[in-house]
Ligand binder design. Structure first.
Ligand SMILES: Cc1ncc(COP(=O)(O)O)c(C=O)c1O
Length: 388
C-alpha cells in the first residue's frame, strides 16, 4: 500500500518502542526497572474514581458528549485557574477541554502553521513539537537550550530571515526533559518578543502542579498582554495522576482556542462525559491532596539527586516536574551508548537525552514515577556496574 509522505517520514514513537524493549526483556526473565516514562505510578484521588463510576451508571452519559466540553467543566477549569494563577478566564471562550494535552499540541500546530512557515522549537524538546510542526508542512528551527543559560532559549540571535517566516514558538516550563523552570522576567521578555514579531506562543505546562520546596511554576497568562499572543496547555495526567483518563485543556487566546475547537470538532466527537465529571472532581480536590502527593515525589527526587551525584552523574535539584536531568558518566561518549550499556547490564532503563533532540546529547532523563525502594534498587545496581 502506498502511504503518505508524512506518515513515511514519521519515526516510530520513542516510548512505544521503549515499551516493547522492556516487555521483551521482562519476557526473558529480567527484573526491569523503568525510569523512562513520565507515567505516574500513584493512583488518581479516590473521589475522582468514585465520580467516574457513578457517572458511568447514568446511561445519559453514554451518548455523544458535547463537542467542546460541558459547561460545568469549563467553569471548574476557570475556577481552578483563578485560584492557582490569579488569572480570570471566560469559561466558554478562553477554555477548551481536550483528550489530553498531547491532542492540543497537534491541533495547535495545525491551527497556526501553513506549509513553508517556521516553528521555533527549543532543543531538547518534547518530540511532539517537531512532529506536530512537520505534519503541517512547516519547518522546525531549533533554539539550543544550554545549561549555562538555565535551559532558556536565546531569542536575541535568531537570524532575521528565520524570524520573518516564524509563526509559532513552542515553550514548555517546567521543562521536559531538562527540568528547568522559567521566571517572570523570561516570560515578560518572550511575550514582548512574540508581540514584536507577530509570533504565536504555545506554552505547554503539563507539569504545572508537580513542584517542590517553596517553588510554584507560573503561567505565561499571568503576564499582561500574554493573552494577545499565547495559549497554554494544561493536563490532569501528571497533576492528578490521571494519565490514562486523557483529560487536558487549552486556555488563553480566545481566537486560537476557538480555532482548535473548530478543528477538533471536525475530527473527533468530544470527551466521554464520565471522564469530564471525574475531571471536575479532580479540579476541586483540596490543596492538601496535592501537597501530600508532591511530598512523595520530593522524597524520590532527593533519592535520585543524591544518588546520581554520588555516581558522577551530576544533576541539579529539580524544582518542578517529574524528571532528573543528569550528565552521563564521563567514560561514556553518547547518551544512547550509556543507556544501552546500563540496560544490558542492570535492567535499569533510562531515557537517553538525544531522544529529545541533539541538544540532549551527554544527558539522561530519569523519571520519578517508581516507588522509593525501586529507585534505591536502581541506584544500587548502577553503583555496582559504575563503581563496583
Ligand atoms: C511536555 C509534555 N507535554 C505534553 C505531554 C502530554 O500529556 P497528556 O497526557 O496531557 O497528553 C507530556 C507527557 O508526557 C509532556 O511531557
Amino acid at each position: 500500500m502506498q502511504l503518505s509522505k508524512l506518515v513515511n517520514s514519521l519515526p516510530p514513537y520513542h516510548f512505544a518502542d521503549a515499551k516493547k524493549k522492556i516487555q521483551d526483556r521482562e519476557a526473558a526473565g529480567v527484573d526491569v526497572i523503568s525510569l523512562s516514562m513520565g507515567d505516574p505510578d500513584l493512583p488518581a484521588p479516590p473521589a475522582v474514581i468514585e465520580r467516574l463510576c457513578t457517572s458511568l451508571q447514568d446511561t445519559q452519559n453514554h451518548r455523544y458528549p458535547e463537542y467542546r466540553g460541558m459547561r460545568a467543566l469549563h467553569e471548574a477549569i476557570a475556577d481552578w485557574f483563578a485560584q492557582r494563577f490569579g488569572v480570570q478566564l471566560t469559561p466558554e471562550q478562553d477554555i477548551l477541554p481536550l483528550l489530553g494535552s498531547k491532542e492540543g499540541l497537534a491541533y495547535g500546530a495545525t491551527s497556526v502553521l501553513d506549509a513553508g512557515d517556521i516553528a521555533l522549537i527549543p532543543d531538547p524538546y518534547y518530540p511532539v513539537y517537531v512532529s506536530g510542526t512537520t505534519s503541517t508542512g512547516a519547518e522546525p528551527y531549533l533554539l539550543p537550550l544550554r545549561e549555562e543559560n538555565h535551559y532558556l532559549p536565546d531569542l536575541e540571535n535568531i537570524p532575521a530571515d528565520i524570524l520573518h517566516r516564524a509563526r509559532l514558538l513552542w515553550l514548555n516550563y517546567p521543562n521536559n526533559p531538562t527540568a528547568a523552570c522559567a521566571d517572570r522576567a523570561f516570560f515578560e521578555r518572550v511575550v514582548e518578543f512574540a508581540q514584536q514579531h507577530n509570533i504565536v506562543i504555545i506554552h505547554d505546562m503539563a507539569y504545572a502542579e508537580v513542584y517542590f520546596d517553596d517553588f510554584r511554576p507560573m503561567s505565561i497568562l499571568e503576564i499582561p498582554g500574554a493573552r494577545d499572543v499565547a495559549v497554554e496547555l494544561h493536563s490532569l495526567s501528571k497533576t492528578y495522576n490521571m494519565a490514562g483518563f486523557r483529560l487536558g485543556m487549552l486556555v488563553g487566546n480566545s481566537v486560537l482556542v476557538d480555532a482548535v475547537g473548530r478543528l477538533k470538532s471536525n475530527i473527533d466527537s468530544g470527551i466521554f462525559r464520565p471522564i469530564q465529571y471525574a475531571a471536575i472532581e479532580a479540579l476541586r480536590m483540596p490543596p492538601t491532596w496535592l501537597e501530600e502527593r508532591n511530598a512523595i515525589y520530593k522524597r524520590r527526587r532527593d533519592i535520585l539527586f543524591e544518588g546520581c551525584n554520588a555516581l558522577g552523574m551530576s544533576t541539579e535539584k529539580t524544582r518542578a516536574g517529574l524528571y532528573i536531568w543528569a550528565h552521563i558518566p564521563q567514560n561514556f561518549v553518547t547518551s544512547r551508548e550509556f543507556t544501552t550499556w546500563l540496560f544490558d547490564r542492570t535492567g535499569v532503563f533510562l531515557t537517553p537525552g538525544t531522544n529529545f533532540g541533539a541538544g540532549g546529547e551527554g544527558y539522561v532523563r530519569i523519571s520519578m514515577t517508581e516507588p522509593e525502594e525501586r529507585l534505591n534498587e536502581a541506584l544500587k545496581r548502577m553503583h555496582t556496574v559504575l563503581r563496583g
